[in-house]
Design a protein around this ligand. Sequence first.
Ligand code: SAH
Ligand code: SF4
Ligand code: F3S
Length: 483
Amino acid sequence: MKWKDVDYTPYTSTTPYSSEEESIRQEDFIQKLSCLVREMAERSGRVPTACVVTFGCQMNARDSEKLCGILSRAGYMLTEDEEADLVVYNTCTVRDNANQRVYGRLGHLNAMKKLLPTKKIALCGCMVQEVEVIEKIRRSYSFVDLIFGTHNIYKFPELLYMSLTSDKMIVDVWKATDQIVENLPVERKYRFKSGVNIMFGCDKFCTYCIVPYVRGRERSRDPKEILNEIEHLAADGVSEVMLLGQNVDSYGKGLEQGITFPKLLSEVAKVDGIRRIRFMTSHPRDLSDELIALMADSDKICSHLHLPVQSGSNRILKAMNRGYTRESYMDLVGRLRKAMPELALTTDIIVGFPGETPEDIEETISLVKEAEYDNAFTFIYSPRTGTPAAEMPRSMSDEEIKAGFDKLLKTVQDTARKRVARYAGRCEEALVEGPNDHDKTMVTGRLSNNLLVHFKAGASLIGSYVNVRLLENKGFYYIGEML
Ligand code: SAH
Ligand code: SF4
Ligand code: F3S
């Protein structure tokens, strides 16, 4: 990826201000924005609306909560309707279909903008960190008003202010940053649970993956800032936190405090009011015995581990630069199971990596049976420009990949159903997360092991913990009854 060719407007690189100065500057822009928003409301006779659409992973979901926090402080009324006065797409580029969805939906936004010429359209997130994407937007989607990247999301107040006072497309995307700006306002999606960033970026460079290029180098947040945030969340009614990072097991590297991920977890567990702690994502290469012991010992750390394996073939794991073998992965699974027989294990798998053969897929299928996952996310390999794997020749036809993928999916579903069947009849504690989408007399709860259970109860229980008997196994979830 060549960055020097891009014409950045108006800034070319990172900020001259310190993190503290930036927080204050952006706070000023929030004030300026609220004056503008008030003026808009007076002119139109209604409060301007804003809609933030999230594509991608929990990191993006958390970033969107920050964008919503800023918008809400500025006086916008948040809505899920894309007819809004301001629409922000927080994009993902991990696979090409994520990008295609954004391009498709931008077409609809353009049609809406023709009917409402004051409408503003902003793009941010991982996709716009790619030079080619910005070029394409400039060329074919010139109605977009504002583009900003993953490294300067904290500048949203300033950039939105500029966009609202200008007719030009504003593009401010940085190649990298070593800064972490704290104290952004946040508007949480759930009042009782929250994601908490503990680190940003990734240094693993798996050969298929674009994340290190679009999210930059690994940076850990100061543990004091993390604990401070969690204490505030707990005081605000949050009882479940999900610690977020691409490789949470490498948390603390590069910090002066000499802290590790297990140490951070034990500190989080001490925060009053926090009943459940989850984290995402662990890397099989770095997961320590100290973490296993801590998980086994703590009743606050949830009984679930997402441990992406990607492939069961050593040849493919090597080509992916994953840094472990099938044997070392299974050894780790063995140690986890020994320490925590009840642990729910989930994973990610890629099919169709360059050089992969149907025999390699068979090895992945056999690993899925051996590891007995509670669930697995399966993806068809998508070449990403700029990654080493994109240069490697493909080895299977689309039909072969599809056949391998379908067979793998069937195995995943069968093993998951069997594994999940073990819980039948048990009584478990569930955190009630929301009303059931299909049946208004029911609610949906989540167990410590991440399994969902639907049961009859009133919406007043949302956010509380109740005991539920698991009655009917539906494969990846249960129908239950409240006790
Ligand atoms: N940091 C996490 C997850 C990152 S992305 C980890 O290391 O596991 C989430 C998942 O998307 C990955 O686990 C992988 O299975 C999948 N993925 C990443 N790049 C991909 C690509 N180019 N094609 C298909 N799937 C991909
Ligand atoms: Fe991507 Fe690998 Fe980093 Fe995960 S660990 S984000 S798959 S490079
Ligand atoms: Fe997608 Fe970026 Fe997450 S590429 S998966 S949104 S880190």
